[in-house]
Ligand binder design. Structure first.
Ligand code: PLP
Length: 455
């Protein structure tokens, strides 16, 4: 029998990240300064990002070399295995062959350290002493804490207050990796103090936590800000996932027919899919590429393609993307990492151009898929990841009906070991599905920035 896991040796770790920008059919729309409506100038980003990352954000180079120091850290868990999901195939009685790229084997348990490590490295190299960031459920905060510790940087995490108290385990990870973690809003920043004065019992929000982290970075010379998704340089660092997957499929002589990933801000999906999309754009590969999101936060499937703020408060540059409106607050589904009002501009552009398809699923159907996966393949998926699994299962069932032996490959973005409370709720039948929040989306779309719209 053929192998169940396909490994690469450390020597086969990719040497460079893949930049999709120079291969796009249309050039990407620039981020705009919300005050002037003009494209953001690189120097406007200097107070919060190191020069190397600003250059990567706008780079036209097709490949960007991965520094030796970053590769050395990647080797703590990379290259990650590609698995053939034979037990799942059997359970589904599908003629399809299902593979998944296992990003859950990293120390923090998801794909997020692929960029956290790179960001910590470039900041350290440019003399920065500390990184400030926000985190919701704690996945990004724990990945950045881990990365900062390995490069000798301090790390300050503003964690949304309600998660800080409801999800204490990820906070423990951050503490073990040496970060300072504060329930946001705090009295450490102007933004936090203002909110606390207005509403001392607030639960906090990702938007407020972003404002605090950015303010911390702007007001301290030795401190920068780090973001875990959406931006071009984050997607770039994540392409290590897709580059390895391509090598692994080549090793066993497989070509993907369907590529699937879940989308919160778009980083694991893009990192997995962009190297394949490069081949699709060059006519070397023909495959369906599917981005999966929750029905309760249907950015790609129900949003509008327009310039909007990246954060809830309205501080960041305007990005051209599918958006539900920056004031949209999605229902409290358990896939916390998928509750974002917008998506990465590069990903949105490829959806707009028809190269990527988007699909949405309600959370109980995703938990059902996750439990089937755990009971066949053994690994317990993160609630975010379960969206990709659900879509892969649906594709495999379609193959059963048509008899097609398709090769379905999805990205397993992370494990769910810190999400067991959500699994309990599902197993006890207490998990709700939310209807498509049409009224709330309509209201949020009415708050889109009025200007500039002419694109
Ligand atoms: C953060 C997270 C996501 C969503 O973020 P993307 O930037 O869309 O990848 C998905 N899966 C896991 C496990 C995560 O931690």
């Amino acid at each position: 029998m053929e192998d169940t896991k396909i490994f690469l040796s450390e020597k086969e770790l990719p040497e460079a990240w893949f930049n999709i920008i120079p291969r796009l059919p249309n050039p990407p729309a620039p981020p705009l300064n919300p005050k002037t409506g003009k494209p953001v100038k690189p120097e406007e980003l200097r107070p919060i990002f190191p020069q190397a990352l600003i250059e990567q954000e706008m780079s036209q180079d097709p490949w960007i070399e991965i520094p030796e120091e970053v590769k050395a850290v990647y080797k703590l868990w990379r290259p990650t295995p590609l698995h053939r999901a034979r037990n799942l195939e059997k359970a589904l009685k599908t003629p399809a062959r299902i593979y998944f790229k296992n990003e859950s084997v990293s120390p923090p348990g998801s794909h997020k350290p692929n960029t956290a490590v790179a960001q910590a490295y470039y900041n350290k190299k440019e003399g920065i002493k500390r990184l400030a960031t926000e985190t919701g459920a704690g996945q990004w905060g724990s990945a950045l804490s881990f990365a900062c510790k390995l490069f000798g940087l301090e790390c300050t995490v503003y964690m949304v207050k309600i998660s800080y108290y409801q999800k204490p385990m990820r906070k423990s990870l951050m503490h073990i990796w040496g970060a300072e973690v504060y329930p946001s809003p705090t009295d450490r920043t102007e933004a936090g103090r203002k909110i606390l004065k207005e509403n001392p019992n607030t639960n906090g929000s990702l938007g407020i936590a972003i404002s605090e982290a950015v303010e911390d970075a702007v007001t301290h010379e030795d401190t920068n800000y780090a973001l875990g998704s959406v931006l071009n340089h984050v997607l770039l660092h994540q392409t290590i996932i897709g580059l390895e997957t391509k090598k692994q499929l080549d090793l066993i002589g497989e070509k993907p027919d369907v590529l699937i990933g879940c989308v919160g801000g778009g980083s694991n999906f893009a990192g997995f899919a962009f190297p394949f999309i490069g081949d699709i754009l060059e006519g070397k590969l023909s495959a369906e590429v599917i981005a999966v999101e929750p029905t309760s936060c249907p950015t790609l499937t129900k949003g509008v393609y327009q310039y909007d703020y990246g954060d809830t408060v309205g501080l960041t540059p305007l990005l051209l993307m599918y958006t539900l409106g920056h004031t949209f607050e999605p229902p409290g589904i358990h896939a916390g990492g998928l509750r974002y009002h917008g998506d990465a501009p590069l990903l949105c552009q490829l959806v707009k151009d028809g190269i990527i398809k988007a699909k949405a699923y309600p959370q109980t159907s995703c938990f059902e898929a996750a439990v089937l996966f755990a009971r066949t393949e053994g690994i317990i998926p993160a609630p975010e990841t379960s969206h990709a699994i659900k879509a892969a299962i649906d594709e495999a069932i379609k193959c059963k009906e048509t008899g097609e032996e398709k090769v379905i490959v999805f990205n397993f973005s992370g494990h769910g070991h810190f999400d067991l409370v959500a699994y309990d709720a599902y197993l006890e039948g207490k998990l709700e599905d939310y209807d498509y929040p049409e009224e709330k989306i309509k209201e949020a779309l009415a708050h889109l920035p009025k200007f500039p719209t002419g694109i």
